[in-house]
Design a protein around this ligand. Sequence first.
Ligand SMILES: NC(=O)c1ccc[n+]([C@@H]2O[C@H](COP(=O)([O-])OP(=O)(O)OC[C@H]3O[C@@H](n4cnc5c(N)ncnc54)[C@H](OP(=O)(O)O)[C@@H]3O)[C@@H](O)[C@H]2O)c1
Length: 275
Amino acid sequence: MPVDSRRWAVITGASAGLGADFARQLAAQGWHLVLVARRLDRLQALADEIRNAHRDLEVEVIALDLSLPDAAPTLLERVTARNRQMHALINNAGFGAYGPFDELPWERQHEMLLLNVVRLTELCWLFARHMQAHGQPAHILNVGSVAAFQPTPFFSAYGATKAYVRNFSEGLAWELRDSAIRVSCLSPGATRTEFSDVAGIAVPAFADRTQMESPDVVRRGVAGMLAGKPQIIPGFINHLNAFVSRVLPRQVLAWGAVLLMGGRATMRDRSRGPS
Ligand SMILES: NC(=O)c1ccc[n+]([C@@H]2O[C@H](COP(=O)([O-])OP(=O)(O)OC[C@H]3O[C@@H](n4cnc5c(N)ncnc54)[C@H](OP(=O)(O)O)[C@@H]3O)[C@@H](O)[C@H]2O)c1
C-alpha cells in the first residue's frame, strides 16, 4: 500500500478558540489537517474556510466526544486509515469547571478529568507509538495552562489537571529526546476564547484587559512546537506568573489566584450558605 508522506496534523478541540486557530495557522504553513471536536457544524464551517483559503490542502473533520471510553483508539484508527501517517498531534481539547469543589457536579468534574488528563495521555500513547513506527520527524503539543504553576482555589481540580499535563509532557519530552518525536507543552494564561463561558468564570474587568488573543497564543505555540521547545509560555504576563510561582510561598500564590479569577465573589456567595 502506498505511504502518504505529506505532513498531517490532528487537532483536538478544533471547533473553537485555540484549536480553530491552530488549524488556520498550521494550514497556512502547508499542513493537511484532521479536525476533531463534538460540534460537527463548527468543524465543517472551519474546514470550508481553510479549503477556500488553501485549495491544495486536505481537511478532514471528525465529530467525536473525547470523554467517551473508546474515543482515542477510534480517532487513531480513523486518522491512520489507508496507511496515512500523522506528523503532529495537537492535544488541545479541554475545559474547566469553576466554583467551590464540593458544590460543582461530580459528573462535570469527572468529564473534565477524563478529557484533560486521561484522554490526553491515551492519545499521546497511541500517537507516540504510531509516530515511532513511521519514524519521520513528528510533534506532540499538549495544551496546559499557567493554572499548572500554583494552587487555584475554586478551580482546584482544573489547575491540577494542567499541573499533570505540564509534568507529564516534560517527562515524555525527556523520554523521547533521542527519537524523531518532539514533545511540547503550551501553557497559556487567560486568552479570549469560549473557555471562560464554558467554565462559568465571570472574568473581572482588570483581568479581562490582560487577556491574550487566541491567534497570538497559537502563533507562539506553533513556533515553539516546530522549534522543539519542551515548554512554551506565551506572553510577558504569563512568564511573570511562571517566575513568581517559583519564588512566592504557595499560600500567597493561592490568594493571588483567587483574586485574579474574581473568586472573592465566589467566597461571598458561599458565606451565605447553600440556597
Ligand atoms: N482560554 C483560556 O483562557 C485558556 C487558558 C489556559 C489554557 N487553556 C486551555 O486551552 C485549551 C483550549 O481551550 P480554549 O480556550 O480554546 O477553549 P474553547 O474555546 O472552549 O475550546 C475548547 C475546545 O475543546 C472542545 N471540547 C470540549 N469538550 C470536548 C469533548 N468532550 N470532546 C471533544 N472536544 C471537546 C470544544 O469543542 P466541542 O464543544 O465542539 O466539542 C472546543 O473546540 C484547553 O485545553 C484549555 O484548558 C485555555
